[in-house]
Design a protein around this ligand. Structure first.
Ligand SMILES: [Zn+2]
Length: 466
């Protein structure tokens, strides 16, 4: 999962003390649960954070060595440096060169972590009380280790894929997504993509598995800059037109505007299934909205809930504002940023046109200043994928409901969907709501995910590479 675009710099002293030697495996059996934990722990020691001292290239080199030790041909595992980072592509050749590849997509960079704020050093993995702690324990070094281990187990078992299986790890998913875009461009002939950094399961607070969702769509991220300019002048001689007032009034109108609610195959199925997990007014609203996205009562309930307002359509909010140049001057300029999360399939240009119209301010200009984002449609609910993921999950967590969801955040799936390659976020990692610290402090994931996770991937990859 990606968030902000801030690049953090680290002190050279810390970067030096944290430099791990190029790791050798301690000797866990190839394809075993112990190996998955070993890879994850080793991966956490690399400070794969954007900026000075970025150890993503070294981490990629370590993972490459593990894949080769597990049977990948050295010439089929490449690490490509890009700026301060690197990405890894590993190809397991299938028996049918004409078949389009199955791509397994993840990332090996992590969000910055300040050791002083953590209870434990974020780059020293610790297993305690059934949890793996460390930066990347959730997002997404354990996931990478589990998926890799599943592939190595399949190799050990003599599995022969029909289509090529391509495992790729981007190196700047959490920041600029330059490697993400390069990889998707390179692999745009893929049959489909399993994004191991999306979807996942929920444990109830008592530890029981509740449900599992896979991501079939995600919102498109966009930023629009709104500007009002005026001739300005002396503040003792006000005029009817004032850039700050005009912009403010426009922002209030935009804030009160609601985009027409929308429903897709993915969100319809999500609301129908999620309603079974909820009770009362919320469950009723989910059911009603799934049948009729014009149901005003249902819309009101869902729009008032921060967890679901983003699921029912495009949302746009003011996030930054600035204006004026002196305490005693009429403002010559006022600007604001509107951040939008656009419903899959809607064009950013159409959202921008709507904002211009809603602003109803002739002096206002608007431009798209989005960076590191491309518009993308929902992936179709492909029967082969739905069958494979449902079967894989029931092999690892029997009886747990499986349904699709739409992610409100951006992931590497965006770059594949941009090329019209179906991409599905489908991590088998379950967690309690109270354990979700990805991007935050004291990140942790339960290690009991490892065994079912490997079983799940062996089933999923095996079915989809046929
Ligand atoms: Zn992530």
């Amino acid at each position: 999962m990606a968030i902000g675009r801030n690049l953090f710099l680290v002190g050279a002293a810390f970067a030096l003390t944290a430099t791990p030697a190029l790791a050798q495996n301690k000797g866990a059996a190839i394809g075993s649960e112990a190996q998955a934990l070993e890879i994850a722990q080793r991966a956490i020691t690399f400070r794969s954070v954007a900026g000075a001292g970025n150890q993503t290239p070294q981490l990629a080199a370590y993972l490459r060595s593990v894949l080769i030790a597990g049977g990948f041909a050295p010439s089929d595992v490449t690490v490509t440096p890009v700026d301060d980072t690197a990405y890894l592509v590993a190809r397991w050749r299938g028996s049918d060169p004409a078949a389009k590849p199955l791509v397994i997509s993840g990332h090996i960079d992590v969000v910055e972590a300040k050791p002083a704020d953590w209870q434990r050093d974020p780059f020293t993995p610790v297993v305690e009380n059934g949890y793996l702690y460390g930066r990347g324990a959730t997002d997404m070094k354990l996931d990478a280790a589990v998926a890799m281990t599943a592939l190595l187990r399949m190799k050990q078992a003599g599995y022969k894929p029909r289509r090529d299986i391509v495992l790729e790890f981007s190196g700047d998913e959490e920041t600029r997504m330059k490697t993400s875009a390069l990889i998707a461009e390179q692999l745009k002939n893929a049959e489909l993509v399993i994004n191991i950094d999306g979807g996942g399961g929920r444990f109830a607070e008592d530890g029981k598995p509740q449900f599992f969702t896979w991501n079939g769509a995600e919102k498109t991220y966009a930023d629009f800059e709104l500007t009002v300019t005026n001739p300005g002048g002396h503040s003792s001689a006000p005029r009817p037109q004032n850039a700050i007032n005009q912009l403010s009034a426009a922002l209030v109108r935009i804030g009160q505007y609601r985009f027409t609610p929308q429903l897709s195959d993915v969100t319809r199925t999500f609301f129908r299934e999620a309603a079974k997990q909820k009770t009362g007014e919320l469950a009723a609203a989910m059911r009603a909205f799934a049948e009729d996205p014009k149901d005003e009562k249902a819309i009101a309930v869902l729009a008032a809930d921060p967890a679901y307002v983003g699921q029912i359509g495009t949302t746009c909010v003011s996030t930054m504002v600035s204006g004026g140049h002196a305490l005693n001057a009429l403002p010559q300029r006022a600007t604001a940023n509107i951040n939008c999360r656009i419903f899959p399939g809607v064009k950013p240009a159409d959202v921008m046109a709507t904002l211009q119209q809603v602003a109803a301010e002739p002096a206002l200009t608007i431009r798209d200043v989005s960076e590191g984002s491309v518009a993308n449609d929902a992936s179709p609910m492909r029967a082969d994928f739905v069958a494979a993921v449902t079967k894989a999950l029931s092999a690892s967590w029997p009886g747990v409901p499986v349904f699709p969801s739409m992610s409100a955040g951006a992931s590497d799936s965006m770059w594949f969907r941009y090329h019209h390659v179906p991409s599905y976020g489908a991590s088998p990692t379950f967690m309690k709501e109270s354990d979700d610290f990805s991007h935050g402090l004291n990140e942790r994931t339960e290690v009991r995910n490892i065994a079912p996770g490997i079983r799940y991937y062996v089933s999923l990859f095996g079915d989809l590479a046929r």
